[in-house]
Design a protein. Structure first.
Length: 408
């Protein structure tokens, strides 16, 4: 099975795993550090939002940078920022440092992620949609594993050795990611120009119109992809920002809260491990339709999760649902994006996702005091539900599962 993977994919999986461990563990550790220092719950929302403030403003430019310069150079810049953000609280463990950690770590990992996702989409130029979806499923396993390991390890270290030790462990893992980027990304596929080759302008021929970002939204397929992506990202962010607050209110230890995060990540891992199998039995839109429906049901059930076992079970189910989203959205994007603009399409996706990651935590911090957790979770279910119909429309437009030839 592993022998069938294209070159560089195992390295990209490990880079994604180790780089994201610093981010996922840093989110939990920073959130609990803020609460442990007597700060209001709104401060947790601000902390979570800071991970995405810079990516909102820069992701599109990063995608275009990948298209021009290739992924390897961009990944080196990203991992440098990840290391900087991860080591900051080891040296200065203060509340202001938490905000610097969130901004630097979020910015760096977003650079790394856009470049790596673009690379996966171009590792096999002859890949069928089913093959590409399977590759993104393999790649996303690193993200799922890190989402489980980072919070779980951080929670244990906080309870037994303190916050600084937890941050130090995450910083060491970020250094491993930096080593992998430095040694395992040489020779990655270079930039892909529009039309597949350079097209110089000669004589008095007018240069082609510079592509505009609005062009990416010209087709109904691309608009559906981005809307479903935004709602999935918003649901994910609401779930993540709610967990530490709910756990803290119910009096759970850092280990218990970290375990809930880890079970959520185990769910994403299981879903993505099944993606190579699913990719030959259903198309991307059919999978996304089921994923969104399950997310809605979990949001409606969460207000009744008043004991740890219920919270853990719902975290696992939610992880299974949301874990299906990223590989399918990325596969759809690389199929529908204009030639030579795959990095830009991924960058726009990152802009929209990170925009949700700024707005949702800030809105949570503002509204949680007045509306309460239950009302916000119900609103989250309605919000995610707004994407079910577009996903259904996409599934209707592609009734033939990917990887299966239509009848003659």
């Amino acid at each position: 099975m592993f022998r069938s993977l294209p070159p560089f994919l195992p390295a990209l999986i490990l880079i994604n795993l180790t780089g994201h461990m610093a981010l996922s563990g840093g989110r939990l550790t920073g959130s609990l550090f803020v609460l442990a220092n007597g700060q209001p719950e709104a401060m947790v929302g601000l902390f979570m939002a800071m991970f995405s403030v810079i990516p909102v403003m820069t992701s599109l430019a990063i995608g275009r940078w990948v298209d021009r310069a290739g992924a390897a150079r961009v990944m080196r810049a990203g991992i440098g920022l990840v290391m900087l953000g991860a080591w900051l609280p080891v040296v200065w463990l203060t509340l202001p440092t938490m905000l610097l950690l969130a901004m630097t770590l979020g910015f760096g990992f977003n650079i790394l992620s856009v470049a790596a996702q673009h690379s996966v989409g171009h590792l096999d130029p002859l890949a069928t949609p089913a093959r590409r979806l399977a590759l993104f499923g393999w790649f996303a396993l690193g993200h799922s594993a890190s989402s489980a390991l980072g919070p779980f390890i951080a929670g244990l270290l906080i309870d037994h050795l303190g916050f600084r030790t937890a941050f130090a462990a995450l910083a060491v893992v970020s250094s491993v990611a930096a080593f992998l980027v430095a040694t395992r990304t040489r020779g990655l596929p270079g930039p892909v120009l529009p039309g597949g080759e350079a097209q110089p302008t000669a004589g008095n021929v007018a240069p082609p119109r510079r592509p505009q970002v609005i062009d990416l939204l010209a087709s109904g397929e691309m608009r559906r992809i981005y809307w479903v992506n935004m709602m999935t990202a918003s649901g994910w962010d609401l779930f993540i920002v709610t967990l530490p607050v709910v756990g803290h209110r119910l009096g759970y230890s850092a280990s218990v809260i970290g375990t809930v995060f880890s079970l959520f990540a185990v769910g994403t891992f299981l879903a993505r491990a099944a993606m190579p199998w699913l990719s030959h039995r259903a198309n991307e839109w059919q999978i996304l339709r089921v994923s969104l429906a399950v997310m809605v049901m979990v949001f409606f059930a969460l207000p009744w999760a008043v004991v740890a076992v219920m919270l853990m079970a719902l975290g696992l189910v939610f992880g299974c649902a949301v874990g299906m989203s990223q590989p399918n959205v990325l596969s759809l994007l690389h199929t529908a994006a204009p030639a030579g603009r795959g990095g830009e399409a991924v960058g726009l996706r990152a802009v929209l996702s990170n925009g949700c990651s700024v707005v949702v935590p800030l809105a949570f911090g503002v509204a949680v005091g007045g509306l309460g957790i239950s009302a916000l979770l119900m609103a989250g279910g309605v919000m995610v539900g707004s994407a079910v119909w577009p996903a259904h429309r996409g599934a209707q437009a592609r009734r033939t599962p990917v990887g299966v030839d239509p009848p003659a």
